[in-house]
Design a protein around this ligand. Sequence first.
Ligand code: BG6
Length: 498
Amino acid sequence: MSKQIVEPCTYVIFGATGNLSRRKLMPALYHLEEAQRLPHGTVILALSRRDWSRETWIEEVRGMVSGQARGGLDEAVFERFAHRLQYLRADLNEDSAYEQIRTLLDEDEAYPSNAAFYMALRPAEFGVVVDKLKSSGISREEHGWRRVVIEKPFGYDLESAQRLQKHLHHCLDEHQVYRIDHYLGKGTVQNILVYRFANVLMEPLWNRNYIDHVQITHSETIGIAGRADYYDGAGALRDMLQSHLMQLLTLVAMEPPPSMDAESLRDEKVKVLKSIRPITPSAVHAHSFRAQYTSGIINGEKVKSYLEEDGVPPDSTTETYAALKLYIDNWRWRGVPFYLRTGKRMAEAKSAVSIRFKVPPQHLFRNTPVERVKPDWLLLGIQPYECVRLEMQVKEPGLEMKTRTTSLDASLRRDDEAAYDAYEDLLLDVIEGDRTLFLRYDEVEWAWRVVDPVVRTWATERDFIHTYPAGTWGPQETRRLFDKEDQFWRHSLLPDED
Ligand code: BG6
């Protein structure tokens, strides 16, 4: 994760007028400009089919950035940023587009010959772009590096991921491929590693002897935000769980790597994925749960059911909620369930890792008003609360022996420290050639191997899906995943709120 002085590059954005570019990429690049992290001479070349001039594009970008600029748009920064912005009207299916890019990179001094190509595109379009980057000769690293950034989904299931990889491998070297999982760019996600490996306190407890179970939750209050064409074919399992949540699991469960370089870290993550006990077809129901939201109330407003969303087929059984129980069969974790869940239109928007410890082996307070010793929890809030919270039992003040739960809180961000977006870190890493926070292909493949049996079974069950009203924590029936009666979904990061 080291940051060094780096050479300038041409950052080519395919699909520059699309949603991802508007919401994430342009604001992130602007913030990098503000932080003076874009190397001098770096050019941002937008590609799109729209018949726009460079001036129109700059005004568009102003619109994309101004709503999201921290502390409001700074005109001087934007002016500097605008100098870097170039626009090329191009159809990515046409050879001529690549000829133009090649000429700019090879012959125009204003365009640095190091180049990153960001695919802010539909997955169906990746293939044609990498083919043409190869056939036009652009992907050859003769006069500088050439890197290709790919957004998830990396395939639709194990087989399609393998096909996509074969295709990428045919056109590019693995060191040129940057597979983004934006969760790894979140500071709080990276903090899981710091918390575990820069402190000595937790490591002795971080195993099956002390941990009862682990929960990883990502809940959202938003619905599918107009993305029915993508989401209805994907569902929550592919959209969030196979990717982001599985990555969180690897960081929580991995062994300390020999060093923090990209390969060492990724080797350890892959070991975790390989150690996950395969879910056999007959165990799919015991290990997974899916559901879909019906209409309900979010923040006091009535919202539609999934089936009423624009573009969703009326008989869709696509899940908007998915939960899995996984076991990692290694010395550290054998027998400890990892419960993962994610959902749209839930009661709160929140991501957290909640770790429940075992109860003390001896119940010393049996003959006192302390009826039952509560287990300790370690809560790692990822968003919106960025915190590390360790819940413990303490004695209540007073003459009686009563306990209450209190927590040691370590806030991760001071009020005067700005939150930054995951894409800022990741876009910069691409320029710096740091692949630590990007996925290696075997990580993707092994994550698919874990969920593939579930994907296959759900694909055959097209008649019924559980439902939950929008604005709730999902159906009660998900409880069936728990191994023990006293386990429950931990929704809150505060004691006694669940
Ligand atoms: C994306 C999913 O990868 O992550 C979206 O496709 C989801 O459906 C989003 O809303 C969540 O990301 P974040 O950063 O808002 O938690």
